[in-house]
Design a protein around this ligand. Structure first.
Ligand code: T1G
Length: 705
């Protein structure tokens, strides 16, 4: 059978003195080595072809170029480098025009900036999002962009990583012309002809000076950005970006490019790049589950929400923001009115911030209605139950849903720990029951655990993933166990923190360590935010099944017995002045902690911050390994995405499993084995971790399909 050679990733056609160079490297025309080589060869050939008066560069498919090929980072570099390809394009002695559509990001925009003129369709998205990967624009972007649009606008694009639309790009001076049709290749060729007709000169971005002329204003923008970046603790590349733009102001172009290269390589070698690139791909891999690969989702537009409490209302807003028809069910009119007012309050808040108009709110709420009768859900495609966490109450709700919902409706529960298999067994259609575990506030938090009970059909799970995409959530497939992926691991590293506290560390020391590690807050601040009573209820619920040999720390209970639940009671682990969400340390809490230590017969010891960190992370990673081994999480990357998007794990560390790989699994295992000498019951090394270390492998080896 004749093998069809793959189409070249760079294709050139010449028509009537205009060359069209098309990059065809699906799915997003990433600038892989083959594309760079193809571009270099094309520009070389066309530069020497006297019959060619102008060169138009464009991309096939939905995008111009979405940047360098991220999969190549960390691999041995292949020639030509992207900076060299850009320099070659810029140096061309005949007009080079970039014809832009769709995503024009990172190296893709740098190619366009190296061209002499740029035309874009109205829907094009232009940006330099390298900072989101722990990098900086390393192909001349930090030197050409400020020379075209000034330091302030350039810094804004590079430090925010945001995508600018074509109109804004034209206003900024990033592009020269907006196409009148979406046929970008034709528009590019037409624009080239008009430039030739006008006698437009070759215009090299690296030689432009006007935008940087007012040095005082430029320096002021740089100083402001440097001050801003200094506040962003933990991130490596933002400060390097500012250094590069400073070089654009202070140094000749060629020297600025050398400075950029040096700082780019520093970012490339920083562990943050590895963490952030891992997070980028992990967020895309989690959407690929066995069920989404094998089944089509059921269609949905009408969604019911049972319960108008904090979670129910948040879920209703998330669904409305996703453009869906939403019906809220509550037990009586008063409860329904409260639920509806919670939803309205969210939109009123957006109006106050100027991010929504009254008309906008009214339009959204035309898709929102409520009832106290389950029959209102007879034609719902999906129903999400978000009532009180009690099995009896849940089963009663599902019995009603089983009675009223149409055949094929997806029946979902938002429980954060109850046994979904038991709920499924309680209805006549267990194959339609699935867990959709939202995180509070449900209209804000990106994570959605899609919990897969034993009897669910694959297309129901696929529907959960489709719903997540519709709501712009990050879905993670989870198996049924107490706490699924996130809450189960949280319970373990929180326990490790409590043990360190009983052994001598202050809760404030532990919170400080966790913040320094990169979290927005520590476990005790988090408990005060969420409400200590939630953890208390969990501990009481688990008391019956807790291993009597397991160590139990009473300090949190002592605070709860006093009604110190945190922000909502003005006092928890911290004291909160009226209306303040910033807590002050509390000597009375320290006294209670000391008293409980004495009762437990513990002689307090001191911990270095590093010791605290290693125990906290080891507990997280060890339980993560157990969750993967049991198949509760499909891959280690699912644990990473869960902890990053639902529990504040610093994204630039990639997630606990990726972080463990960067630290080295032998180190993590050695730590656990050392801690086990103190408490062999709590610190039982996960067999998967032991196996990987023995085989010289890491967690990432399990992420490869
Ligand atoms: N390299 C390699 N693969 C990429 C890629 C890239 N740049 N961008 C996307 N993909 C893959 C992605 O993994 C997925 O694969 C598929 O394409 C579709 O992506 C020197 C250093 C373009 C807005 O940061 O923001 O240039 O899962 O699911 O929702 O200065 O992808 O199907 O196997 O996201 O339509 C800078 C990253 C690179 C842009 C499209 N560029 N990409 O979103 O689809 S660094 C970026 C995106 C750089 C230079 C530097 C988005 C998108 P799979 P998708 P989408």
């Amino acid at each position: 059978m004749e093998s069809t050679a793959a189409a070249p990733v760079v294709q050139t056609t010449v028509s009537d003195h205009i060359a069209l160079v098309t990059i065809a490297n699906p799915p997003v025309n990433a600038l892989s080595a083959a594309v760079r080589q193809g571009l270099q060869q094309a520009i070389t050939a066309l530069s020497g072809n006297a019959d060619v008066h102008a060169i138009v560069i464009t991309g096939s498919g939905a995008n111009f170029i979405a940047g360098a090929d991220i999969r190549e980072f960390g691999l041995p570099p292949q020639e030509p480098s992207l900076p060299d390809v850009c320099l070659q394009i810029e140096a061309a002695d005949k007009l080079v025009i970039a014809a832009i559509h769709g995503a024009t990001l990172g190296g893709g925009l740098e190619i366009a900036l190296a061209a002499h003129y740029r035309v874009a369709v109205e829907t094009a998205k232009l940006g330099l999002p390298e900072v989101a990967l722990g990098l900086l624009p390393g192909a001349g972007g930090t030197q050409r962009t400020p020379r075209l649009i000034g330091a302030q606008a350039a810094l804004d694009l590079m430090l925010s990583g945001r995508h600018a639309g074509a109109k804004e790009a034209l206003r900024m001076g990033l592009i020269d012309h907006i196409a009148t049709s979406n046929d970008i290749a034709a528009e590019g060729v037409a624009y080239a002809r008009s430039l030739l007709a006008d006698g437009a000169p070759v215009r090299r971005s690296g030689e432009q000076t006007a935008a940087l002329a007012d040095r005082t204003a430029q320096q002021a923008a740089l100083d402001a950005a440097r001050a801003d970046v200094a506040k962003k603790k933990g991130l490596f590349s933002p400060a390097k970006i500012v250094d590069c733009v400073q070089a654009a102001l202070d140094q000749p172009f060629a020297q600025g490019l050398a400075t950029e290269r040096e700082l780019f390589v520093q970012c490339l070698n920083s562990p943050q790049r590895a963490g952030l690139v891992h997070a980028f791909f992990a967020e895309r891999e989690v959407t690929k589950s066995p069920e989404t690969q094998s089944s089509q989702p059921r269609p949905f537009q009408k969604v019911g929400v049972i319960g108008g409490g904090t979670m129910g209302a948040g879920i209703a807003v998330a669904l409305l923001d996703g453009g869906l028809q939403v019906t809220m069910i509550e037990r009586d009119d008063a409860a329904l009115a409260l639920g509806q007012s919670r939803v309205a309050k969210v939109y009123d808040g957006l109006i106050k911030k100027g991010r929504l108009s009254e008309e906008g709110k009214a339009a959204i709420l035309t898709r929102f209605n409520g009832s106290t009768a389950y029959d209102a859900l007879a034609d719902a495609d999906i129903v999400v139950e978000a009532v009180f966490e009690d099995m009896g109450v849940k089963k009663a709700v599902f019995a009603e849903l089983d009675r009223v919902c149409k055949k094929g409706a997806v029946l979902a529960t938002n429980t954060s720990y109850l046994d979904i298999d038991e709920i499924a067994r309680s209805v006549s259609r267990p194959q339609d029951v699935v867990g959709l575990h939202f995180f509070s506030p449900a209209n804000i938090m990106k994570l959605l655990e899609i919990v897969v009970p034993a009897q669910v059909s694959a297309d129901v799970v696929a529907t959960g993933f489709a719903l997540a995409k519709k709501l712009k959530k990050v879905p993670v497939r989870a198996g049924v166990c107490d706490g699924f992926i996130g809450n189960r691991i949280l319970a373990v590293y929180r326990q490790a923190a409590d043990y360190m506290m009983e052994d001598g560390a202050s809760p404030y020391e532990i919170d400080a360590m966790v913040r320094a590690f990169g979290y927005p807050m520590g476990p005790y601040e988090m408990s005060d935010l969420a409400g200590g009573d939630i953890g208390w209820a969990t501990r009481k619920r688990r008391a019956a099944t807790r291993d009597p040999k397991a160590r139990y720390v009473h300090m949190a209970d002592k605070l709860c017995e006093r009604g110190w639940f945190g922000q909502k009671t003005g006092r928890g682990w911290y004291i909160y002045e009226a209306g303040s969400r910033t807590g002050k340390t509390d000597p009375e809490v320290e006294a209670i902690v000391a008293e409980e230590r004495a009762k437990a017969g513990v002689t307090p010891r001191s911990f270095t911050r590093e010791e605290l960190e290693r125990r906290y992370v080891a507990a997280m990673v060890n339980e993560g390994a157990k969750v993967v081994a049991e198949g509760i999480a499909l891959r280690p990357l699912d644990v990473d995405v869960t902890l990053v998007h639902g529990y504040g794990f610093p994204r630039y560390k990639g997630g606990p499993m990726k972080y463990a790989d960067l630290v080295g699994l032998p180190q993590i295992l050695a730590d656990i084995q050392a801690f086990a000498k103190e408490d062999p019951l709590f610190w039982q090394p996960a067999p998967l971790l032991v196996q990987l270390v023995a085989e010289g492998k890491n967690f990432d080896s399990l992420n490869q399909a």
